[in-house]
Design a protein around this ligand. Structure first.
Ligand SMILES: Cc1ncc(COP(=O)(O)O)c(C=O)c1O
Length: 435
């Protein structure tokens, strides 16, 4: 292993394996990365589900550079700067009507922990302080903060910290069911009734103790789980019935991934809060946000006006460069129609995806908007080995995918062209045939 690789402790990466066989990226433009040797790699995953407008957008670079030259930093507390207010205004115009106040953070994980804290505090300021229980879902991913891993449902992300997770958390079952829903196109037919498990949790604890349910409209990191038809509606109804807040974690479904600006609009279900990050700045400057309903914001705007209403925030909340990047990004999305482009491409994407059916080891193909989940049969006793092999071979042939267990995901920049869709699935098919 090269000495130079030793110091960096890489996140969510088998460090020793990587350092023995490194994969480096050196440059990016449009739909592509380049390796240091100059090999061109088609970006099938928008970096990490974040570069929705494609790489190297000059407008964003210029906006960030200009902001840095004008004012590099402004204190986030007790002071304001124009771009923060403008971005909050524009962002809340993209979310469903009524979700109209934005709290800025620096990542998806911070957005999640912020939303959970707002949920607990919201009930408390309204005199329902017994509502301290949070509900997540098995296989859910909500980042890596203590709140996020507590409501999250991915075992390796939790087990090291199992004694230190938030105390009052329940999980709904996940909706993955290959025996009934394998090779679904779009939303699977079966599984809406799984939302009813919330009634079990209510019966066990009483609704008066439950603050919020948090859910990814489409679960991404666990390997792309599309909500069954009617499932999210049912969950909304149950939350309404019991006075429970519904938080949609839209860190990957936000900003056009599904064919609508947010999953909430795409699936026709209005949550009480939305968490987002990634595509907010096209991935180029860290930033996230929690967007809340008017009623939630207003519940805090009580009491003496000289007092801070929410004791929460970050040094870099609404950082000027992140706001500049966000404003430039939203302008590109709007001008190029990117937040709905996945709708126009969805049929072509779906047909190309399902052409993989029947190839060796393929046990499921699932898709929505510009998202693919491709599940492979695990090698007995070696979960993840098969998909990792496909992932590496795709990279060697010039395609970047994302691997979790034995599932591969694709989620390209929303500027993807037809020929590139064909190229992606062509490479995947070629690799699978040789697997
Ligand atoms: C649904 C969801 N929530 C939260 C996060 C965490 O975001 P971050 O890595 O920016 O902290 C992610 C990241 O992939 C995500 O997919």
């Amino acid at each position: 292993m090269s000495e130079q690789l030793e110091s960096y402790w890489m996140p969510f990466t088998p460090n020793r394996q990587f350092k023995a066989h490194p994969r480096f990226l050196a440059k990016a433009q449009g739909m592509h990365y380049w390796t240091p040797e100059g090999r061109k790699i088609l970006d099938g995953v928008a970096g990490l589900w974040c570069v929705n407008a494609g790489h190297g957008r000059r407008e964003i670079t210029e906006a960030v550079a200009s902001q840095l030259e004008t004012m590099d930093y402004a204190p986030a507390f007790q002071m304001g700067h124009a771009a923060a207010f403008k971005l909050a205004d524009q962002l809340t115009k993209l979310t469903p009507a009524g979700l109209d106040h934005a709290f800025f953070v620096n990542s998806g994980s911070e957005a999640v922990d912020t939303a959970l804290k707002i949920a607990l505090a919201y009930h408390r300021v309204r005199g329902e302080g017994a509502r301290t229980r949070l509900v997540g879902r098995a296989r859910g991913y909500h980042g890596v903060g203590f709140g996020g891993i507590s409501v999250g449902g991915i075992l390796p992300n939790r087990k090291m910290w199992s004694g230190a997770l938030l105390p009052a958390v329940d999980h709904l079952p996940h909706t993955h069911n290959l025996s009934k829903n394998a090779f679904s196109r779009g939303m699977p037919e079966h599984g809406a009734e799984l939302a009813d498990d919330l009634e079990r949790i209510v019966t066990l604890n009483d609704a008066s103790t439950i603050a919020a349910v948090i859910m990814e409209p489409i679960a991404g990191s666990t390997g792309v789980l599309i909500p069954p038809k009617g499932y999210l509606q049912r969950l909304r109804e149950l939350c309404d019935r019991h006075g429970i807040l519904l938080i949609f974690d839209e860190v990957i479904t936000g900003f056009g991934r599904t064919g609508s600006p947010f999953g909430a609009q795409e699936f026709g279900v209005m949550p009480d809060m939305i968490t987002c990050a990634k595509g907010l700045t096209n991935g180029c400057i860290p930033m996230g946000a929690v967007i809340v309903k008017k009623g939630i914001y207003e519940a805090f705007m009580q009491g003496p006006e000289n007092l801070i209403e929410l004791f929460h925030g970050y040094t870099y909340s609404a950082h000027p460069t992140a706001c500049a990047a966000g404003l430039a990004t939203l302008a590109i999305y709007e001008r190029e129609g990117l937040l709905t482009r996945a709708k126009a491409l969805h049929k072509e994407w779906e047909d190309a995806a399902h052409s993989l059916r029947g190839l060796p080891h393929v046990i499921d193909v699932r898709n929505y908007g510009l998202i693919l989940g491709l599940e492979l049969q695990s090698i007995p006793g070696k979960v993840g080995a098969r998909a990792f092999d496909v992932y590496v071979k795709c990279f060697e042939r010039g395609l970047l995918t994302r691997q979790t267990g034995d599932i591969l995901a694709l989620s390209p920049p929303l500027i993807v062209e037809s020929a590139q869709i064909q190229e992606m699935f062509g490479i995947l098919a070629e690799v699978l045939r040789a697997a």
